[in-house]
Design a protein around this ligand. Structure first.
Ligand code: CP
Ligand code: NVA
Length: 323
């Protein structure tokens, strides 16, 4: 049986930023710089990545698949509904089987517990391509993009407005507090971040000196922001709650009036897909201060670094040394 050896700082998988060592994050960003300059370094020649999707996707699917191709390997799209997973094959058996064929597994599924189960039974690295709780690959691309645009992370003020009890906000909180970014979150009480995520992020914040503050008034959260960030009000799987969410979150729309509370050259970010007229107005997301497509592009570059460090650490570190 294939034994997985590419442990980086003790982490086999990339499923929760809180379990990822700071040195991995630093190496991942440095390797992203390198891969962005030289997109076709074959760090994963002949390697295969199984990509399980139980939810829809545009960016995650395409960026992982293209990323594997550019690295000299191959991504295999597996629709959970048309594979045996959809017929009830267990996660453990799926993990064990895929580990016999592939060098890594990326999955987008609903329950975060299932992601942990997948990682527990897989002998190859598992990458979280989004669960209901977390979206760590998104946060990596987001903070890489902020660093690229503003040339620093420490002390940057990031305002997250809207549904803060979601995967994107949770992972942003975890990574921001690990890298010294200050977050102000503007959300209704009902959609405040999960307590567990908040508490762990506060622990990180104590180490790096960053802050997280929660406001029910979106204008207060946007005050002095270098970056304003929002996400959909109805995440995948929450469609039945749509009416209530749209009503409760209406005062949290990111529009020009709200952006006036931020710094004059404040950037706008969104993980996409965006719903113009709900969480953001067209005049904000389509304005020159919006960097949403640079953000989307950086999913490709940052994920290639994560894939390489997990699936072929030795070659990845050599590429870093020979910069
Ligand atoms: N941001 C993001 O994960 O996009 P997709 O849902 O299109 O993959
Ligand atoms: N919060 C959103 C993110 C989509 C990339 C969702 O889960 O649908």
């Amino acid at each position: 049986m294939k034994k997985h050896k590419s442990h980086v700082s003790g982490t086999k998988d990339f499923i929760d930023i809180n379990n990822v060592h700071r040195s991995f994050l630093e190496k991942a960003f440095a390797l992203t710089d390198e891969l962005k300059r030289h997109p076709r370094i074959p760090l994963l020649k002949d390697k295969s990545l199984a990509m399980i999707f139980a939810k829809t996707s545009t960016r995650t699917r395409v960026s992982f698949e293209v990323g594997m191709t550019q690295l000299g390997g191959h991504g295999i799209f597996i629709d959970a509904r048309t594979s045996q997973i959809g017929k009830g094959e267990t996660i453990a058996d799926t993990a064990r089987t895929l580990s016999r064929y592939c060098d890594g597994i990326m999955a987008r599924i609903y329950d975060h517990k299932d992601m942990k189960e997948l990682a527990r039974h897989a002998s190859v690295p598992v990458i979280n391509g989004l669960t209901d709780l977390l979206h760590p690959c998104q946060a990596m691309a987001d903070l890489y993009t902020i660093d690229e645009k503003l040339e620093r992370l420490k002390g940057i003020n990031l305002a997250y407005i809207g549904d803060a009890k979601n995967n994107v906000c949770h992972s942003l909180m975890q990574l921001s507090t690990k890298l010294g970014v200050n977050m102000k979150i503007g959300c209704p009480k009902e959609y405040a971040p999960k307590k567990g995520i908040y508490n762990l992020s506060m622990k990180n914040a104590k180490v790096t000196g960053s802050t997280i503050r929660l406001f029910t008034d979106p204008a207060k959260a946007a005050e002095d922001a270098d970056v304003v960030y929002t996400d959909t009000w109805v995440s995948m799987g929450q469609e039945k709650e749509s009416e209530r969410r749209l009503k409760t979150l209406k005062p949290y729309q990111v529009n020009r009036k709200l952006m006036k509370h931020a710094k004059p050259f404040c950037l706008f970010m969104h993980c996409l897909p965006a719903y113009r007229g709900n969480e953001v107005t067209a005049d904000v997301i389509d304005s020159p201060s919006s960097i949403v497509f640079d953000q989307a592009e950086n999913r490709l570059h940052t994920q290639k670094a994560i894939l390489s460090l997990l699936m072929n650490k030795q070659r990845a570190l050599m590429a870093l040394e020979h910069r």
